[in-house]
Design a protein around this ligand. Structure first.
Ligand code: NTF
Ligand code: PLP
Length: 782
């Protein structure tokens, strides 16, 4: 493949751009390399096989930069590196190419890891979503405040997509009709094991443009239809929970769901005609959270209207087709739609939701002692999407063991009572191709030298590393890799952020979306406590530490933005204080995204995973840090629990209240008492209001202060128990700091984290979905 690939790159440049390799610019090279790669895989891509396929319906795919990972999976990255080097070029130039950030955070990135893993494990699984013109906004800072700008991810074109004009479909709304045009991206498994498809729909007008209006010089009207259609796939909603009640959001959801189902129906009918009973033998549809849940009444509608099936015939087919993954128990993220709004946008779908509700009630009545109230899909003028998802699916899963238990016991107990066999756990995972082979080739090489390359497609192989935990020569090399990754990050940060972070420091990193439940504010307060301690001598022999943050706040999330500003103020103060220069540095990096994650994570010594117990469904960055050899400083929450189970409690730092503790103290929690009792707590919290820092007159610091001590009137104070966990957190932090000084011993802890990360491959996760939910078998002959 490598030779043909090199030849095609040059041929493309000569034919399409009339230029040779040495003289080509970034855009031409990006196009040429990508197109040449596409040519290599085309034949295989066009022959997907005929077995049952899984369809992953997701409003988000946080793909990141695609060129390197595609070439890695095709095993031509080295060949390209050589070709470029021979011509005086460096493949690092493609770092200018924007990430495809068609997702917000964990949920969208999980979908991207699943695509990679399914193709690698020869599982026929296609992704279906929206081709947003603007993905997640780009972040920059002005005076320490977050500002947003549009992300035009196609700046260098989109050579990895193929527009399929002939497969466009119509999508109908109460007040609008549009085309959905598919753009297909190949999903290339490792070593081209299988090539699946990510189909992203783009909205376009049915009528390009209204000529009569144009002739009458009514220009706005002439373009109105076009603008209103394109709006549907214009921009990703930038919240990492859910935008409730937004008409456009509902339209986006129905837009891609309707288009995707039409596409599946057309393929199905080509084989079976309108005899729909075989549908679940051909397709399994996984709903990534409730965002695509309107697929349930829509498929019911299609069966009943096109196939003239009765409800009794159609519903079992629908239910056997769908499975639902829940990603959060946070009440504000559980989607509910206003019935009036729903009816005006999707009048043709609403009657089928009523049928679902009636079907559910009939079922409940036949089960003695079930009261219908707590199950109602339509309740007080609102549609409960999670309830519809559970009722219309044959499987409901959480994303880590604790999360699934919370779903069963606390969040959805009445549903668990009704359908116990439906509930199951699928602990999240990450792809080791992007999150080790690609982002940390130095560590990947060391591992391969030690245990062979089997880990690339079977991460459990990392177990074979364990015996080397006592091999001081290997540990020395392992530590040297970490050092190298820290040096690389340090020079990148110097260039990118203009801040000097010495690689001699310990790197302590918290990167994830900015959210109160993730408690970046607690991290910030604890840094202040250390800072005061170092200054007044309470903290002795402190190992120099760089505290790094990366996070985007939803543009409308005022408190989250206030927390960013607070951290920026702390960074200014600490970084400018000569007394702690050689001890502490604080940096909030700009525009944290997948590509930034690929640089930060391999360089971390400490992974901050400090959510309030019971709030982080799983987390996936925790797994990426672990794999790359950081210890977890975290709470007993989400997948952290399974991480320490695999890597050993003794190799990680778990602190703070557990779910059981919080259940016990709920209602009696009194942050003001802690504040009055603990001078250190008071000292750091007071910096929000005593003039130590400036919030630019916005009042947001005082608001944060009050939210911690008093809460908003409709809340309990400090919903996330920051003051409860603050001092235990500071203690755990000091323990990490002290342990870090024994370099060999600490390196061994890191090493056991890498060695224990085998469970957290998304290969394992996706195989579980395939076997336990979809009944899809790996297609090994393809
Ligand atoms: C997120 N949920 C959870 O908050 C994370 O803990 C989890 O790792 C990822 O999903 C992936 O499962 C969401 O983003 C959402 F939208 F559900 F709130
Ligand atoms: N955002 C980006 C860019 C990521 O790469 C990831 C996962 O690694 C996340 C968000 C999710 O992070 P977390 O699991 O810490 O919420």
């Amino acid at each position: 493949m490598a030779e043909g690939f090199q030849r095609d790159i040059q041929a493309y440049l000569e034919l399409e751009a009339n230029i040779n390799l040495q003289d080509a610019g970034l855009r031409d090279l990006y196009q040429a390399v990508s197109k040449a790669a596409m040519k290599q895989i085309r034949e295989k891509w066009e022959n997907p096989g005929s077995g049952k396929r899984a369809c992953y319906f997701s409003a988000e795919f946080l793909l990141g930069r695609m060129i390197y990972s595609n070439l890695l999976n095709m095993k031509v990255l080295d060949s390209l590196r050589e070709l470029f080097a021979d011509n005086g070029l460096n493949i690092a130039m493609f770092e200018e190419v924007e990430d495809a950030a068609l997702g917000n955070g964990g949920l969208g990135r999980l979908a991207a890891c699943f695509l990679d893993s399914a193709a690698t494990q020869s599982i026929p699984m296609d992704g279906f979503g929206i081709r947003y013109r603007y993905g997640l906004f780009k972040q920059y800072f002005q005076n320490g405040f977050q500002r947003e700008e549009a992300d035009g991810w196609e700046r260098f074109g989109d050579p990895w997509s193929v527009r399929r004009e002939d497969e466009k479909v119509r999508v109908e709304f109460g007040d609008q009709s549009v085309y959905a045009v598919p753009y297909d991206m190949p999903v290339i498994g490792y070593d081209c094991a299988m090539i699946n498809t990510l189909r992203l729909w783009q909205a376009e007008p049915v009528r390009e443009f209204d000529f009569p209006s144009f002739n009458e010089q009514r220009y706005e009207e002439a373009f109105r239809e076009r603008n209103e259609a394109e709006m549907l796939s214009d921009v990703l909603y930038p919240n990492d929970d859910t935008d409730r009640g937004k008409r456009l959001r509902l339209k986006q959801q129905y837009f891609f769901v309707s288009a995707s189902l039409q596409c599946l129906m057309a393929r199905y009918e080509a084989r079976y005609g309108r005899e729909y009973s075989h549908f679940p033998e051909v397709y399994a549809v996984q709903l990534n959270d409730t965002h695509p849940t309107v697929a349930i009444p829509e498929l019911l509608r299609l069966f009943m209207e096109r196939g003239e099936l009765s409800y009794e015939e159609a519903f079992p087919i629908v239910r056997s087709t769908f499975a639902y993954t829940n990603h959060t128990i946070m009440a504000e993220a559980l989607e509910k739609w206003d019935v009036g709004l729903f009816m005006s946008v999707l009048p043709q779908v609403y009657p089928y939701i009523v049928m679902l509700q009636n079907g559910l009630f009939r079922e409940l009545k036949s089960e003695a002692s079930m009261e219908t109230g707590r199950y109602a899909i339509i309740e007080n003028g609102r549609l409960h999407m999670a309830r519809m998802a559970i009722y219309g699916s044959h499987s409901v899963n959480g994303v880590a063991e604790l999360h699934t238990e919370i779903l069963k016991r606390t969040a959805l107990p009445e549903w668990y009572r009704l359908y116990p066999q439906r509930f199951n756990n699928k602990t999240n995972g990450i792809t080791q191709r992007r999150w080790l082979a690609l982002c940390n080739p130095e560590l990947a090489a060391l591992i391969t030298r030690t245990i062979g390359e089997g880990w690339l497609t079977d991460l459990q192989d990392l177990e074979k590393l364990r015996p080397y935990g006592q091999d001081s020569e290997l540990l020395r090399q392992y530590a040297a890799v970490k050092r190298q990754k820290k040096e690389q990050l340090s020079s990148y940060l110097q260039k990118k952020e203009g801040v000097c972070i010495s690689p001699d420091f310990m790197f302590d990193i918290q990167v994830k979306r900015l959210h109160e439940y993730k408690r970046q504010l607690m991290n910030a307060l604890s840094i202040l406590d250390l800072y005061f301690g170092v200054k007044d001598g309470r903290v002795q022999n402190f190992y120099p530490t760089a505290f790094l943050f990366g996070a985007k706040a939803a543009p409308g999330y005022v408190r989250a933005k206030g927390i960013i500003k607070f951290i920026q103020e702390i960074a200014l103060k600490i970084n400018a204080d000569p007394q702690v220069q050689d001890k502490m540095k604080v940096l909030f990096v700009t525009n944290y995204n997948v590509s930034y994650a690929e640089k930060l994570i391999p360089a971390a010594d400490v992974s901050e995973q400090i959510s309030a117990a019971g709030t982080e469904a799983s987390g996936t960055s925790n797994m990426k840090f672990m794999l790359n050899g950081a210890v977890t400083l975290g709470t007993y929450d989400g997948a952290n629990i399974e991480i320490v189970e695999q890597a050993g409690m003794e190799n990680n730092y778990i602190f703070g209240a557990r779910v059981e503790d919080l259940d016990r103290i709920k209602g009696q929690y009194d942050p003001r008492a802690i504040y009055e009792r603990e001078p250190r707590v008071k000292a750091v919290l007071d910096t929000l209001v005593d003039g130590t820092f400036s919030d630019g007159g916005s009042g947001v610091f005082r608001e944060l202060y009050e939210s911690i001590l008093y809460g908003a009137s409709w809340h309990t104070p400090d919903h996330y128990y920051i003051l409860l966990d603050l001092l235990p957190y500071c203690d755990a932090r000091m323990k990490v700091n002290a342990d870090y000084k024994d370099r060999e011993d600490f390196t061994r802890k890191c090493f056991y984290n890498t060695a224990g990360a085998g469970k957290f491959s998304s290969d394992r996760t996706i195989l579980q979905y395939a076997r336990e939910i979809w009944g899809v078998t790996p297609n090994l002959k393809s």
